[in-house]
Write a protein that binds this ligand. Structure first.
Ligand code: NAP
Length: 310
């Protein structure tokens, strides 16, 4: 595959000008230069090619698509037979308007991050919830079934996490967010789901103090991305059996994770979530089992982190 083309950040103008692989995939975002999805997916495609020549013509690209260009972009990608698309910030919600069908989970999560081509258009899926669920299992040995969960945030990623918690049968889900109206909107969605009485909101000024001995705290806010950000939650309030998951992966140790780790709590960042949601997307497109380890190795390399697996 042409490495230069898969490493470059393309624009829509390139669709008519550049030559792409016969079976192209892409991530669309704005900004998107930072996305390590091409590195992860092309590493996994290399592994698929080793066992099946069907994947010889597959390659994954990165496109910068401004929000006001999304509708035109999807029509162009469809015309150019891009078989699968990933959507990242800010397209996951807007794209729902332009897909012809949506998986029920994507509807519940109110966002699509994976589109699948057929001759009539794109269908939308959401693999973020799966990514969170697998990351919790793999990195923290947490099963959402029966778990006591505190979720901070009420944006797109929080909604995916919250819906996944409900679908997997968490015992209790408490949600806190800076903007109360946004939190209330999320609570309404969750409380309409089966067993919705397990969900409640809380004020970040008065965090829950009736915690069980074990549980998991999930940070789904962007607090921790920038140096000097305050912590989204005071990890000193958590009993010793709690585990802390931060969706942020760059930096790999946010102040929240540092504080929790210094207290001896098990912690994990969002890299595994990124890898697992990506692997699930590629499984949907390829209908094959995907090598998640190859994706993780490529992700660590792209972020200049030590490899996770030897
Ligand atoms: P989003 O829809 O924009 O939501 C942002 C969330 O962060 C909201 O709850 C927002 O609260 C909160 N927030 C932002 N600035 C804040 C501040 N200064 N103080 C308190 N709260 C603040 O974004 P998203 O897509 O949900 O992403 C949330 C985080 O998850 C980001 O860090 C993103 O990088 C990460 N993420 C990771 C993965 C992964 O694969 N690891 C995937 C998706 C997202 P308000 O409602 O009050 O604004």
């Amino acid at each position: 595959m042409n490495d230069e083309a898969t490493e470059k950040t393309h624009t829509l103008d390139d669709l008519g000008k550049c030559e792409f692989a016969p079976n192209p995939l892409a991530v669309l975002g704005h900004p998107v230069e930072h996305s390590i999805s091409p590195a992860m997916h092309n590493a996994a495609l290399d592994r698929l090619r080793e066992r099946d020549t069907r994947f010889r013509g597959w390659a994954y690209y990165r496109f910068d698509v401004p929000p006001d260009e999304l509708e035109r972009a999807l029509s162009l990608f469809h015309k150019h037979s891009f078989m699968g698309l990933n959507l990242t910030v800010p397209h996951k919600v807007e794209a729902m308007e332009w897909v012809k069908g949506m998986a029920p989970v994507a509807k519940q999560m109110g966002a699509v991050n994976t589109l699948v081509w057929d001759e009539f258009g794109y269908d939308g899926f959401n693999t973020d919830g799966y990514g969170i669920k697998r990351a919790l299992e793999v990195d923290l040995a947490v099963s959402l079934k029966g778990a006591d969960v505190i979720l901070i945030g009420a944006g797109g990623a929080a909604r995916a996490a919250a819906v996944q918690c409900m679908l997997d049968g968490c015992s209790r889900l408490r949600v806190g967010n800076r903007t109360v109206g946004r939190m209330e909107g999320l609570l309404q969605v969750l409380q309409e789901m089966p067993e919705g009485e397990r969900v409640e909101g809380f004020s970040l000024d008065h965090p829950p103090d009736d915690l069980k001995a074990e549980g998991v705290l999930i940070n789904a806010t962007s607090l921790g991305l920038q140096p000097g950000d305050p912590k989204p939650f005071d990890a000193r309030l958590l009993p010793g059996g709690w585990k802390v998951f931060d969706m942020i992966y760059n930096p790999p140790m946010t102040p929240l994770l540092q504080e929790a780790a210094s207290r001896g709590l098990a912690v994990a960042n969002g890299l595994s979530m990124l890898v697992h949601q990506g692997a699930r997307s590629l499984e949907i497109w390829s209908r094959e089992t995907v090598d998640e380890r190859a994706m993780m190795t490529a992700a660590c390399h792209a972020l200049h982190l030590p490899p996770r697996y030897d």
